[in-house]
Design a protein around this ligand. Sequence first.
Ligand code: NAG
Ligand code: NAG
Ligand code: NAG
Length: 420
Amino acid sequence: MARNNGKHVSKKLVFLLSCAGFLGVALIADFFWASSSSLSSAYSSIASNWVLEKSETVVVPNVVKGKAVKSKNGTHDARILSGTFADLPGPELKWEKMASAPVPRLDGSAVQIKNLLYVFAGYGTIDYVHSHVNIYNFTDNTWGGRFNMPKEMAHSHLGMVTDGRYVYVISGQYGPQCRGPTSRTFVLDTKTKKWSDMPPLPVPRYAPATQLWKGRLHVMGGSKEDRHEPALDHWSIAVKDGKALEKKWKTEIPIPRGGPHRACVVADDRLLVIGGQEGDFMAKPGSPIFKCSRRSEVVYSDVYMLDDEMKWKTLPPMPKPDSHIEFAWVIVNNSILIAGGTTEKNPVTSRMILVGEVLQFNLRTMKWSVYGRMPYRIKTTLVGFWDGWLYFTSGQRDRGPDDPQPRKVVGETFRTKLHL
Ligand SMILES: *[C@@H]1O[C@H](CO)[C@@H](O)[C@H](O)[C@H]1NC(C)=O
Ligand SMILES: *[C@@H]1O[C@H](CO)[C@@H](O)[C@H](O)[C@H]1NC(C)=O
Ligand SMILES: *[C@@H]1O[C@H](CO)[C@@H](O)[C@H](O)[C@H]1NC(C)=O
């Protein structure tokens, strides 16, 4: 209700701020992270990125498009304050709304095997994580089978890849809020729906880049145990038919830049690592529930490639920084398509900004372009391709066309006919 009443809200905020001493201000900032970026860094809470009605009462007041707005640091264009300046021009696409996933999911994972999209884990809310798999059938466009994950398996920030039958599941965060990671790894046989163990990673990682390449399972980057510090380490282990052929992970050439939430793709027998970020929310020191608190983040547009030479090469960067895209890509007709994500924070307000484009990397020309616009901006989408259609489901969407900050966690599913 209060969400559209910017004037009322900003008056209320001014009143609150002028009444409060410093401690009070810090507490308010902690609860309503969105209220003031200048107070945010040390005290912010992930609440602003979740469905918390209260946090909406203090968003930037609705501004008239194009009108200059006063901010702490001078006068800025309203587009910059709202953050929509980060949107890239691109063709409108016709999206068809399909059946929603049985549960909303943020930071879930997915693999496609033929006509089925297996969707795993993820947050339902900041305090609740899923521990099951849902399956979407592209042939009849329904959500069908559901089965449980092993109790010891992480619930978000998983590394995941499939060979077309077996699904390799690597490390990730165990539990809700900003809890710690596990180094445990698992394999799912999708034919029998049986799970088995694999040698654990040498140390746990959050959202490491994960791929099968030349008979080996590669795992690199991600965040270290504190969830924030970027890791450069790169390991591999020989695998076949859902089994590790070696007892231990082998150390490989470190990745030039670390961090979680990147797309990791094998194309033409080369390994590509696309986008991502350094830094992430981490648990507030001493918090018994490991309450998430925001820390500095740098989202980047870097693209790195490994080929037979086993030396990292730099490829043309993405059209803009993009993160939270580990399961948001497909390869179609020699192009990588990536749907949504997060980009660099607003330079003035420091607010988090979502991506609403489908980006295309043409592997023949090595050129990036904007394939088209999505129905809204959204991060951690789970993407598939079937019979000419690009599908995406789930993630955290924006607050509306004029406000690219994250808000509602959704299970909505959309598709668009591709023409590449
Ligand atoms: C997917 O849907 C098709 C068409 O209804 C059906 O024949 C097939 O058995 C389904 N696959 C699974 C695994 O449910
Ligand atoms: C205000 O912020 C903008 C954008 O970050 C920056 O370019 C500019 O230099 C800043 N101005 C002042 C006076 O600090
Ligand atoms: C892929 O390319 C082929 C040949 O150019 C074309 O017929 C087909 O429609 C393309 N597929 C998609 C999904 O664009």
